[in-house]
Design a binder for this molecule. Structure first.
Ligand code: SF4
Length: 303
């Protein structure tokens, strides 16, 4: 298969069919793209949309976010889930201000050096904000490449260097075209070449897809079940955070004790929030969101 035939077909399809999403508006800016990428990592588009708009309305620049305490980022994160991402975005905003004068850097190595910015996010920002040629490989892209090029129904375990090479080989040489193709591959995997029900009849690469040509053998691996939430530590952490988010000051432990009856699980969840830096002790058996008030003096050590 010609790489350019593949990328060209998917890009032309994308130009006609891409979902109208605010982080794709031309000139939206690198900060907005970084925020959207972090939010989208573990949360569906429909839930990200209102949170993204509210976040950027409040903090349109990294400097605006960096000027507020991390507690405000955790509050604003609301119920998007996996709230450590709020802390990461805040840490990132501080680093962008301190190291790059408040501008999201455009060089891949500088992006990779930001706190919490990994292989995927750095390349996504470099490609989508700055029009650079980088393989942007998420789960959807791995699946598309695996099916269309390798003829395998599932991508199998992530092997980062191999995944990057396999996707880069499909990108056009011209940077802007490559960035467009990267967005197009992601969209194809998100809405057409889905994990469970690929819509091959409307796929722009149907006639050159290796998996389609092979007769579409059933996926070899077990189908992933959705993660359980009810009764997990994640649920308890969410309940504790909800109380702390709604409070404007330190919350007594007795108040937190009311959110969950299992003492062992509740204590473990609270300790986990403290370890993750989302919550901090505020003195006298009280707790608060990280940085939600003046620093607590360390207890005096006995002589
Ligand atoms: S033809 Fe089907 S399996 Fe192949 S890339 Fe398109 S949607 Fe995926």
């Amino acid at each position: 298969m010609s790489e350019h035939t593949f990328a060209t077909r998917v890009s032309r399809w994308y130009e006609r069919n891409a979902r109208d999403l605010p982080w794709r508006v031309p000139g939206v800016g690198a900060w907005a793209i970084l925020v959207s990428e972090v939010m989208l990592q573990q949360t569906p588009v429909v839930r990200v949309l209102p949170a993204y708009e509210a976040w950027l309305a409040r903090w349109p620049t990294p400097a605006a976010l960096a000027a507020d305490p991390p507690a405000e980022a955790i509050r604003m994160w609301g119920r998007l889930g996996y709230p450590r991402r709020a802390m990461r975005l805040h840490d990132c905003a501080v680093a962008i201000v301190e190291r790059h004068g408040g501008e999201v850097p455009d060089r891949l190595e500088q992006l990779l050096a930001l706190p919490g910015v990994g292989t995927y996010t750095a390349r996504a920002v470099a490609a989508f904000a700055y029009g650079q040629r980088h393989p942007v490989v998420d789960t959807n892209v791995r699946r598309v490449v695996s099916r269309a090029v390798a003829g395998e129904p599932d991508a199998g375990p992530a092997t980062r260097p191999a995944d990057l090479v396999a996707t880069e080989e499909l990108l056009p040489a011209e940077p802007a075209e490559a960035a467009l193709a990267s967005a197009a591959f992601m969209e194809l995997g998100a809405v057409v070449c889905t994990a469970r029900s690929p819509r091959c009849a409307v796929c722009p690469v149907e006639s050159i897809c290796a998996w389609r040509a092979s007769g579409q053998a059933a996926p070899a691996g077990p189908t992933r079940r959705p993660q359980r939430y009810a009764g997990t530590d994640r649920q308890v952490r969410g309940l504790l955070l909800a109380v702390l988010r709604e409070s404007s000051g330190p919350v007594p432990r007795q108040r937190l004790d009311q959110v969950w009856t299992d003492d062992v699980q509740r204590s473990r969840a609270l300790a986990g929030l403290v370890t993750d830096g989302l919550v901090e002790p505020a003195g006298g058996e009280t707790f608060r969101l990280a940085g939600d008030g003046p620093a607590i003096p360390a207890p005096a050590l006995d002589a």
